[in-house]
Structure formats: C-alpha cells, structure tokens
Design a protein around this ligand. Structure first.
Ligand code: SF4
Ligand code: FES
Length: 230
C-alpha cells in the first residue's frame, strides 16, 4: 500500500507537503498500525497521536482519504484503492504532520459542567507539562472529528462548535437549574445560530453523539424561550 501523508515541521517542512511511503500491510490491521510500521521502519520523525488503540481516548483522529476518522479502528480493508491519504484535522492549528493543537477546544468545555469529572483511576498520574486536568463526558471521546468536519469552525473560530454545544445540551438535561446560564451561552454570539445545519458532525462522529441533534434541540429550546419572552 502507498500512504500519502501530509508532512509539516515548522521551519523544516514548511509549507506542508505530501510524502509517500510504500509498505506491506495486513489488510485486517488498522491505519494506526500502518503509521506505527512506517515510523518504526522508515521515518522516526513521523508525528501522529494515539493512546488507547481502541476508540476510547479520541487522540488519533485525522482525515483518512478526506474524511474524519479514528486511525485506530479504521481497517485498511475498509478503504478503497491502493493509496491511503492522511491529513490532519481541520479547524485546529497544526503542530506537526498529523498532530494539531486542541487546546482551545478543551478550554471551551467547562470544568463546572456536571458530566466533566476527574477520572478516579488516574489519581496518581503525572500530568504532562501544560495540562492541568483530565476530563471526560458521556459518549464523546473529545476526538475533534466533528469540529474538523464542520464547515463553520474553519471560517469562524469563535463558534463553540458541535462537541461543546452537545456537551452544553447534556449539561442542560442533567442540571435544569442552570438553564438560564446555559441557554444564554447557547444563544450567545458564539452559539447555536452560527450552525449552518450541514450535519457533517453527526456523520463523522465515531461514538454516536450525533451533535447535530443536540444543536437542533438547543435551537428549539431557544426559539421556545424567545416566543415565551416575546
Ligand atoms: S461529538 Fe463525536 S466527533 Fe465530536 S469530539 Fe465528541 S466523539 Fe468526537
Ligand atoms: S488511539 Fe485512542 S481513540 Fe484511537
């Protein structure tokens, strides 16, 4: 198989350019396995993220043949042709090769929301430099695929985006007493009204969060509130 990977190293491979790697792969293995093989056998400078290898941590998302997917659960045999093209998620600042900076995405997920909780089994884990806490919510694995697939996030960086709005909606269901503040945030200048209803978020989400449904529910709620107050 040929893997055509967008390479980027600030100051070295800059602007980004594609590089091809030819490797023998078992079609039953994953794209992440192939990346590991390329890095081990051909180019140890290749940058990509991964951790769990089983669609749980959300770190390995990137664009495979133009669509946002998790490399760890995408099998080679699911992909057509003999060339697999890999590019980083869009809507985030690139760091290098397939790695992007998701800092702002995490900043928008409020620590005060109900379902965000510190993982109990990593109490003694040493936090990497610059990371102050670990968080987790519902089915969302915070992979960023929906943010990348959304046609709005790229042109309007202020949009809260599908994952954050989904999280906000979940919080609203669990903490109705916070309705006033949460609805104000969803109805604010970074919120729901910026959504163009492309539905790409729900199409690419690997864990069935269906962000577009959450956004539609928020829209109905905001309209209802406006009607009530009008
Ligand atoms: S809503 Fe789905 S696509 Fe978006 S960050 Fe969460 S798991 Fe990923
Ligand atoms: S490596 Fe954790 S989701 Fe893919």
């Amino acid at each position: 198989m040929t893997f055509k990977i967008l390479r980027y190293k600030p100051g070295h491979i800059d602007p980004p350019r594609f590089q091809e790697f030819n490797i023998e792969v078992d079609p039953n293995t994953s794209v992440l396995d192939a990346l590991e093989k390329i890095r081990l056998e051909q180019d140890k400078t290749l940058m990509y993220r991964h951790s769990c290898h089983h669609s749980s941590c959300g770190t390995c998302a990137c664009k495979i043949n133009g669509t946002e997917r998790l490399t760890c659960i995408t099998k080679i045999q699911e992909l057509e042709g003999h060339t697999i093209t890999l590019t980083p998620l869009e809507g985030f600042e690139p760091i290098g090769d397939l790695v992007v900076d998701t800092t702002r995405f995490y900043e928008d997920l409020s620590e005060n929301w109900h379902y965000l909780k510190r993982a109990e089994n990593v109490k003694s884990a040493v936090l990497p430099a610059g990371v102050h806490h670990f968080t987790r919510f519902e089915n969302c694995i915070e992979c960023g695929a929906c943010v990348s697939a959304c046609p709005v996030t790229d042109k309007n960086a202020s949009f809260l985006g599908p994952a954050v709005l989904s999280a906000l909606h979940c919080e609203l269901e669990k903490s109705p007493e916070k309705e006033k503040d949460l609805v104000a945030l969803a109805a604010g200048n970074r919120g729901e009204h910026l959504c163009e209803r492309a539905l790409n978020c729900s199409r690419v989400c690997p864990t069935g969060v269906y962000p577009a449904r959450h956004i539609a529910d928020l829209r109905r709620l905001i309209e209802k509130k406006n009607l009530q107050s009008g």
